[in-house]
Design a protein around this ligand. Structure first.
Ligand code: ADP
Length: 485
């Protein structure tokens, strides 16, 4: 019989997405299915989710889930079974899953996502008939309290369900004022350094890391980095302490969504053999962004515009990029100061720098298909997906040597070029000089057409499907289930 895994996440494609977590949570069920894993995904019932699932069957009711009435609905998107936590008091709100329309965190995020965790623990431990599972997998701080509830709340399941905690980004930890502890309905012993307490408050991600049977993060390099203060952000000691339980598994990409051969968003579809067809996509992109037409390299960036992503470096480096014959198209949203600096920079370079602020999934596909190179100058990057999409689409990634970027891009240094294995450009240190010299190198490589073609080819031939990573997750679930049997 298939092993039943309950995956708990605050977002998942195609229903709700603010970042890479959604891509991963959405793709995981199909990635592990071939390995004998039956995965069900539990998601909050945001308005977009409730609208998308249409008529759904109610399978459980809570009169008061940490104080609010809630219902559990079952639904299916494609082949993926879903459980939706329909709790209007928590989730029926405008804005995005975590913030109001002005971008401010909801003040009760601790209660909203503790409720998600509590519901997950109820389900996993058999409180909801016919829905129990063999392993619980929590993604990021929003799902982490499921693990604390399973550990501390008096549940009937015996033995305890084994748990996996996945860190998609250590920078988001879900840390809250100690006063919230009294409302979490956890027993007093949970308030301890071995439980949910963290630096004097309640740490949601910390709880998951403390109490999970297995911890994963989304690349081997990031798994090594987060034992250092500059990446662990306060939790490095705990990660180090639990080191024998930590694994790094690189995210795959969903080739149903991301393949230039079948992508319906593109002006022209292509394969590695017909890569010249990308030119039509480049022309379409230039038009969309109001850029001068040209054969020089067109850089793109699709990103949250934040310090983590090194987006603040882009305004500084624009003169260098344009001065050396490059053009740049950016799709992103985020930090208002970065947005303003980009607008200033674009005004200095009419026809050379194009900006679109906001979120646009279809355009993000078109950019990968028409851009020549994608900039990913992140200060830290647990895995990163846009460089993987770049590889698949022949849009050469230019990345900092950190986290998943280090693991997935092979720098076009002389040795890699000689061996014919280069897939992109890497540079050390997210700062002006690192990025500027990487841009210069990229432009020089672009000028050597056969070399550039080889780099594009290598990237397109690289296998970043979920095949290998799906098998690794499945192995972890099976091992945990075997240990607890
Ligand atoms: P993170 O999750 O840290 O934001 P990732 O690279 O892991 O970074 O994932 C980002 C995902 O969000 C990718 O799928 C990327 O294409 C997408 N994305 C980011 N910004 C935008 C945007 N403005 N419009 C459309 N898609 C975007």
């Amino acid at each position: 019989m298939a092993l039943r895994v309950l995956s708990v996440a605050s977002e998942a494609v195609p229903l709700v997405k603010t970042g890479g977590l959604a891509d991963v949570a959405g793709a995981l069920p199909a990635a592990v299915a071939p390995h004998g894993i039956a995965m069900t995904t539990l998601l909050p019932g945001y308005p977009a989710v409730i609208a998308a699932i249409g008529k759904a069957k109610r399978v459980h009711t809570w009169d008061a889930l940490l104080g609010e009435p809630a219902r559990l609905l079952t639904a299916k998107i494609g082949d993926t079974p879903l459980l939706i936590l329909d709790a209007p008091g928590y989730f029926e709100r405008p804005g995005n899953p975590y913030t109001d329309a002005a971008g401010k965190d909801w003040g009760d995020n601790w209660r909203r996502f503790a409720a998600l965790g509590r519901a997950a623990a109820d389900i996993a431990s058999g409180a909801v008939k016919a829905l129990s599972c063999d392993v619980l997998h929590a993604h990021d701080w929003q799902a982490a309290m499921a693990i604390a509830y399973l550990r501390f709340a008096p549940f009937r399941s015996e033995p305890r369900i084994p748990t996996v905690m996945t860190i998609h980004n250590m920078a988001f930890q879900g840390w809250f004022d100690p006063r919230v502890f009294g409302s979490l309905e956890l027993p007093a012993p949970a308030w301890s350094i071995d439980g949910v307490e963290s630096y004097g408050g309640v740490g949601f991600l910390k709880s998951g890391l403390q109490l999970a049977d297995m911890i994963t993060t989304v690349s081997p390099t990031y798994a090594g980095e987060i034992v250092r203060p500059e990446f662990g952000m306060g939790l490095e000691g705990l990660v180090a302490l639990r080191g024998d339980r930590v694994r790094g598994i690189v995210n795959g990409i969903d080739s149903n969504e991301w393949s230039p051969e079948t992508d319906s968003a593109l002006a022209a579809r292509y394969t590695a053999r017909t890569v010249a067809k990308r030119t039509a996509n480049k022309r379409a992109l230039e038009k969309h962004f109001g850029l001068d037409e040209g054969d020089g390299p067109l850089f793109i960036m699709v990103s949250r515009l934040t310090w983590q992503k090194g987006a603040d470096l882009i305004p500084e480096v624009l003169d260098h990029l344009v001065g050396n014959g490059g053009r740049l198209a950016i799709l992103g949203s985020g930090d208002p100061a970065i947005v303003a600096a980009l607008q200033d920079g674009a005004a200095r370079h009419p026809g050379k720098v194009g900006l679109q602020f906001g979120y646009d999934e279809a355009l993000s596909h078109r950019m990968q298909s028409g851009g020549d190179a994608i900039l990913v100058p992140s200060r830290f990057e647990p895995c990163g997906l846009t460089q993987l999409y770049g590889l698949a689409y022949g849009c050469v990634p230019v990345v900092t040597r950190t986290g998943g970027l280090a693991d997935t891009v092979i720098d076009a240094n002389p040795a890699a070029l000689a061996a014919g294995v280069a897939t992109g450009v890497q540079f050390d240190g997210a700062h002006y000089h690192g990025l500027a010299s990487a841009i210069s190198r990229t432009i020089a490589l672009y000028g050597q057409t056969p070399v550039w073609k080889q780099i594009q080819h290598n990237g397109m031939a690289a296998d970043f499907s979920w095949r290998r990573s799906g098998a690794e997750y499945a192995r972890i679930y099976q091992q945990l289930a075997g240990d607890s049997a």
